[in-house]
Design a protein around this ligand. Structure first.
Ligand code: HEM
Length: 228
């Protein structure tokens, strides 16, 4: 096992499998957050359900491990590739056959990582360790998660402060969409589940999923920017 992980193929497999796992998380996370568009009660109830569900609680450390493995091995491989590449970065010989996103997975990944750190401070840390306002929904007392998110995204064009976060979240959603555009078929190819026919199908499937996730996460701050 340790020999496998030391090999380039082994590292690629870890990046691919952890990436596929994170893709699943993103689908679930987006679905939960789209409840924001249905109003405070719906979102607070959905977040309370996630926060008290034992399966979700067990999955949280697994999720953290998934992110760590994905980031660690992707960074390691990229640095190794750069060290052994003769050309200056940005000038690759196969540029003609590849998309901008596929050539910039590392940069896009870095933007998403930066977003994630800010995001954890914005919401997760406050939900878990901060002083949260409480609301009652259906007779049950719970955190006012809607107030927390809406507070961050509520536009105040004159003072500008919250506007910055909405724009940052939209920018990160676009970067995430571009990262995923290349990720799905590439992951399947690495784990050997792609022939000529499936490569085309998975590429289309990957694009559809990337658009849903990217547009879905962008719609939320946009909604608050326009309507709140
Ligand atoms: C508009 C977009 C988003 C909103 C409104 C949002 C909202 C939230 C909230 C409220 C939490 C805390 C949940 C809790 O503790 O109960 C959270 C946690 C988290 N978010 Fe997001 N999120 C967004 C986008 C993203 C994106 C794009 C990613 C990944 C790239 C992401 C990754 C995470 C992670 C890893 C956690 C911690 C684990 C968890 O609580 O599930 N989020 N998010």
């Amino acid at each position: 096992m340790s020999t496998f992980l030391k090999s380039t193929v082994g590292k690629k497999v870890v990046v691919s499998l952890s990436g596929l796992f994170l893709l699943t998380f993103l689908g679930v996370h987006l679905a939960a957050n789209l409840f924001l568009l249905a109003g405070p009660d719906a979102y607070n109830a959905a977040t309370h359900f996630m926060d008290t569900n034992p399966i979700i609680q067990i999955m949280q450390p697994v999720l953290a491990l998934g992110f760590l493995l994905h980031i660690f091995y992707a960074v390691f491989m990229e640095l190794k590739n750069r060290a052994s590449r003769p050309q200056k970065y940005g000038k690759r010989s196969n540029e003609g056959n590849s998309t901008w996103a596929s050539r910039n997975m590392f940069v896009l990944g870095f933007i998403i990582f930066f977003f994630l750190v800010v995001h954890i401070f914005n919401f997760f840390a406050k939900m878990k360790f901060g002083e949260m306002a409480e609301v009652t929904v259906g007779g049950e007392v719970m955190h006012d998660a809607y107030g927390l998110v809406a507070g961050l995204f509520t536009t105040d064009i004159f003072t500008g402060s919250h506007f910055v976060f909405s724009i940052f979240y939209i920018f990160a959603a676009v970067a995430l969409g571009l990262h995923l555009h290349h990720a799905l078929w590439s992951a399947f190819q690495t784990i050997g589940m792609s022939n000529q026919i499936w490569r085309k199908r998975l590429s289309i499937l990957g694009d559809v999923y990337a658009i849903i996730i990217g547009a879905g996460f962008a719609i939320i701050p946009l909604y608050f920017l326009i309507f709140a």
